[in-house]
Design a protein around this ligand. Sequence first.
Ligand SMILES: Cc1cc2nc3c(=O)[nH]c(=O)nc-3n(C[C@H](O)[C@H](O)[C@H](O)COP(=O)(O)OP(=O)(O)OC[C@H]3O[C@@H](n4cnc5c(N)ncnc54)[C@H](O)[C@@H]3O)c2cc1C
Length: 596
Amino acid sequence: MKEIETQSEKFLASKSEKRLHRWGFKDSGFELDGEKSVTFSGNRYEVSGTSMPDFIPYIENVLGIEFNKSDELFPVSDKPVKPSEIHEEFLSEVKNSFDGDRFTMEDIERLIHSHGQETFMDIYKVLYKSIERMVDLVFYPESEEEVRKFIELASKHNVCLIPYGGGTNVTRALTIPENEKRMVVSVDMRRMSKIEWINKEDRRVCVQAGITGGELIELLKQEGFTIGHEPDSVELSTVGGWVATNASGMKKNRYGNIEDIVENINLVSPKGVVKQIEPISRGSIGFKPQNILFGSEGNIGIITKVILKIHEIPNSQKYNSVIFKDWNDGIGFMKELSKTNYIPASVRLVDNIQFRFGQALKPRPDGIKKYKSKIEKFFVTKVKGFDPDKMCAVTIVMEGTTREVNHQEKNITKLAKKHGGVIGGSGNGKRGYMLTYAIAYVRDFAAKYQIMGETMETTVPWSKIQDVIDATTKKLETLHQENNLPGKPYISYRIPQIYHTGVCIYFMLGISVKGVSDPEEKFSKIEHSMRKVIIEHGGSISHHHGVGKLRKDFIPDMLSKTSIDLVREMKKAHDPSNIFGASNGILANDINSEGS
Ligand SMILES: Cc1cc2nc3c(=O)[nH]c(=O)nc-3n(C[C@H](O)[C@H](O)[C@H](O)COP(=O)(O)OP(=O)(O)OC[C@H]3O[C@@H](n4cnc5c(N)ncnc54)[C@H](O)[C@@H]3O)c2cc1C
């Protein structure tokens, strides 16, 4: 058992390598390298440095618009920042109790900590308009003891606290509730980023909750281990945030979702510390208070420490891909795969539009690659007779012992053949998987040129997949027309996770908003209406993004009134002054528990 440090310098969000407001790292992102061609900057990702001449033509084609460099929007440079609303006695006690480097009221720090990564009310507003209410102070605790002491002061002076992990949520979970009149403090956990101990014998690691996925993966790798949890945001989201939002990673089939990976949580609340005395592999111990912390979205306290399962780094890892004639064949393959015991760590089916998007993000092949690419295309379209406007693809990551991986590969080949699929090879599989990290930057590039994009995800039973997809697609088309928006709407989807009884569907939406006034308001309403349709057709509020303030209205569609009351009464008893006043999800102060 040993302790491992991450950073040497004290973390400050405004001084980190992460972009201040947008997604990702400062050195990375899509940039124009010609009138209608883009490149990806930096050197972090496989696509970095690649010129992609087909990307803009793809956008023009799917959105029915002409892309113009001159449509570029420029962020408001002097962002209006209201002065902090200070509770003088509280601040004076904070100053007396903590070193001065633990807190800041700098405008830029306050602004960074007042939003997450939701497109319309978070990112669009902070870049191109303004955010109405900002946190008044940012606090950076360095130990559980400091967290405990800080909560004590906040409780004494009735100050509102909002825990902050990596700020990557897409549900407005960090937005300050409209009716919040008290001083609000964002508690940024990223200085608590140590591995406290590793127990290789029992395969457990104890980490402080502010460690990011990126840091944790690196540190564990040095010890020969992995947690295997890889949400698309893994580089910047934190362990505490994963628990608080009920996160899901791309390799869930092998390692599980966050609730399968965590064995113990410490949460400091106004009443003390919620925790199990020891982690247990599995226990019938009556009520498990720890379960209530999954999805708690900053509503009841601060997660300071988490014990997670770890795995030896697998000695075999292989990528693969399969091309199918159409979506139905792809779904048939996924369903049959879900019935077997050889499911690879990650299996992801993308529809034709996303498949073509992946192609558009490729450099133009030259030399031998060009020749090879032509032969592949000839085989798929001419020999197999696949229609380029209908075919779709599955990308696969297999991990485990060599034997396990071989079994999985054989199973994939057999099922692919049965469903008329063509093996696309490991190169395409790896590219498809890795592209996820670069695709995360597309939203911000598009917004710059007045194209709004957002993702929506849901869980549906196998029997309702098509129903939900059809209804959602139709709804977007209708809303696009009703709102008189330019061009045509973009909607594509993928199945990134399969379960025994159903799947996660992940939609990507895009709309040109050139010349549209208050586009963030319009798109926000569109998103809300579409979520309603998803739920009406059998989908859930969310598979992994959570609820926050974005989807609170749909809580009564998921839970009975008594279930809602149970959680609300627990909150009232445990945090009677509502110190943790983020007011997310079930604890939003304006949802009607009678049902929508
Ligand atoms: C590009 C992109 C890709 C994404 N991909 C995925 C994905 O594949 N899977 C997935 O599940 N999600 C994904 N997300 C959503 C997001 O990354 C997750 O919800 C993530 O778990 C949030 O973690 P965070 O540390 O950034 O939390 P934050 O955004 O900082 O906070 C989220 C909520 O958790 C609370 N919170 C944070 N830390 C603590 C703590 N220590 N104690 C108590 N409460 C806390 C906050 O108060 C807030 O309510 C993605 C987001 C983006 C922008």
